[in-house]
Design a protein around this ligand. Structure first.
Ligand code: CA
Length: 247
């Protein structure tokens, strides 16, 4: 049985969610503050399969809590509940480490579907949702002295292993699938995040900075993840000298 932690201070929403999730066969706990949720997830190390996290909470908000979880090495999938029409909140949520979002007020059926999808998402990343990372069907991408393992959601470099969030992995996967081709920021927004609104696309740049720290030897002089000024980005798997883009 899958277990869900609902972090939501509005009692009627939390109770309604719990009722419906239980009806679907989930184990459900409720935390009315991020601090309570931190006690469960970080102190008691209670394992959940999905966390439904409201952004607006008394005390620590959902953004801060999500980053705190990731900093502490907890990578439970997070579905963030954001205010409708706040595309910036969505990107902020992803930057904090959320894996998906749903604007409030939400449709219950949609929320259940999203939770279900999140539970299967690792599998999607591995198999169905995108083509295999490499031509030979492997999910391991070799970047010379670094290896990205999309099955384990890990990036390995010598002795070091970095855990990628689903979002980081999906963006990286998307760029790798477009190896050698320029992708625009708006294409990334739409294809990776499902955002069609007129969003400030510069928010993507923060993700790119993070990915560069993972995959580049010298993040300030990228050789794989190139900026194409005024357009977007280009991933180049080959480690040849040529840096067609510029920064
Ligand atoms: Ca709230």
């Amino acid at each position: 049985m899958s277990s869900v932690l609902i972090v939501e201070d509005e009692k009627h929403i939390a109770d309604g969610l719990r009722y419906n999730l239980r009806a679907e066969g989930y184990d459900v706990d409720i935390a009315s503050t991020a601090e309570q949720a931190a006690t469960l997830l970080l102190d008691k190390r209670t394992a959940y399969d999905v966390v439904v996290l409201d952004v607006m909470l008394p005390g620590m908000d959902g953004f801060l809590f999500a980053s705190k979880l990731r900093e502490r090495g907890n990578f439970v999938p997070i579905l963030m509940l954001t205010a409708r029409g706040q595309a910036q909140d969505v990107l902020r949520g992803f930057e904090a480490g959320a894996d998906d979002y749903l604007p409030k007020p939400f449709d219950l059926g949609v929320l259940l579907a999203r939770i279900h999808a999140l539970l299967r998402r690792r599998e999607w990343l591995r198999k169905d949702r995108m083509p295999a990372a490499t031509a030979d069907g492997s999910n391991i991408v070799d970047l010379g002295n670094k290896t990205i393992d999309f099955d384990a959601l890990e990036l390995r470099s010598g002795e070091q292993t970095v855990h990628l969030t689903l979002m980081e992995a999906e963006l990286l996967r998307y760029l790798i699938n477009h190896d050698g081709r320029i992708v625009s920021r708006s294409a990334i927004l739409e294809d990776v995040w499902g955002l069609r609104e007129d969003t400030d696309t510069r928010a993507i740049d923060n993700f790119i900075v993070r990915l560069r720290k993972y995959i580049e030897d010298e993040p300030s002089r990228p050789r794989h993840l190139l900026t194409v000024r005024g357009v977007g980005y280009k991933f180049v798997s080959a480690t040849a000298e040529a840096a067609a883009g510029d920064d």
